[in-house]
Design a protein around this ligand. Structure first.
Ligand code: ATP
Length: 238
């Protein structure tokens, strides 16, 4: 299978602090891959380097066979690569409906957009109930659903998700994770997910990378990592 996303020897710095050390990873088309690790391990920096928010100081980032190392974040949605950042960042003064319309701003296929709107409302009925409400008045969980739904409205080929479960109850997190799986299976959308909740991430994902202090220290099928004694002790609290 061909890799849709490939990082090779990527380094990144914040000033003199090295946040990524020689990070290599690959995600194949149709996979759900997760990056787990403790606070400060470099998970978010890895996603930000893929998106062009943080510049790689060494190494290469390839998406769909071409280098995206020098692309700006705003150039990536047109390539089908869409990011849901940590902390949601929906438009608080726009309604739920308007937020979703923004997600489809690059598209011209009105009928298909309408069909996708129906799909996200089926996946997240609460967004339909609240479609006329301002985004900023939604609860944390609802805002996270809106951020994901807005990304889906762009019909991305690949979705990057940063800590979708952050600050949410286990029940809401599980709902969101089920939907991610559902969209992956039904639409073949590739997913790279950064999560502190290793337990849930390893149940969702096909494969996983473990990061420590800016480096990838382990890589395996998610199911195998869930059985791994070191991982269970360090990340699964078992
Ligand atoms: P968390 O789960 O806590 O978000 P993480 O694995 O996503 O952690 P990063 O946020 O990527 O980790 O941070 C990696 C390292 O880079 C940490 O040591 C962090 O303190 C540092 N770092 C992150 N952002 C900045 C910044 N803007 N300026 C300086 N250092 C930073």
């Amino acid at each position: 299978m061909a890799a849709i996303l490939e990082l090779e020897g990527v380094c990144a710095h914040y000033g003199r602090i090295q946040a990524l050390r020689d990070v290599s990873l690959r995600v194949e088309e149709g996979e759900v891959v997760t990056i787990i690790g403790a606070n400060g391990a470099g998970k978010s920096t890895t996603l930000m380097t893929i998106c062009g928010i943080v510049r790689a100081t060494a190494g290469e980032v390839r998406y769909a066979g071409e280098s995206i190392r020098d692309k700006r974040p705003d150039q990536l949605p047109a390539l089908g690569l869409c990011q849901v950042p940590e902390g949601r960042r929906i438009f608080p003064r726009l309604t739920v409906q308007e937020n979703l319309d923004m997600g489809a701003f690059l598209r011209r296929d009105a009928d298909e957009i309408e069909a996708d709107l129906g799909m996200v409302f089926r996946l997240f009925p609460v967004l339909h109930e609240r479609r006329k409400q301002h985004g900023g008045t939604l609860s944390g969980g609802e805002q996270q659903m809106l951020a994901i739904a807005r990304a889906l409205m762009g019909r991305p080929r690949m979705l990057l998700l940063d800590e979708p479960s952050l600050g949410l109850s286990p029940m809401i997190s599980q709902h969101i994770f089920r939907i991610i799986r559902n969209v992956n299976e039904e639409r073949g959308m590739t997913v790279l997910l950064v999560e502190q909740n290793a337990n849930m991430a390893l149940k969702l994902a096909d494969r996983a990378y473990v990061m420590e202090t800016g480096a990838v220290v382990m890589e395996d099928d998610a199911a195998a990592l869930r059985e791994n004694a070191d991982i269970r002790k360090a990340y699964l609290g078992q």
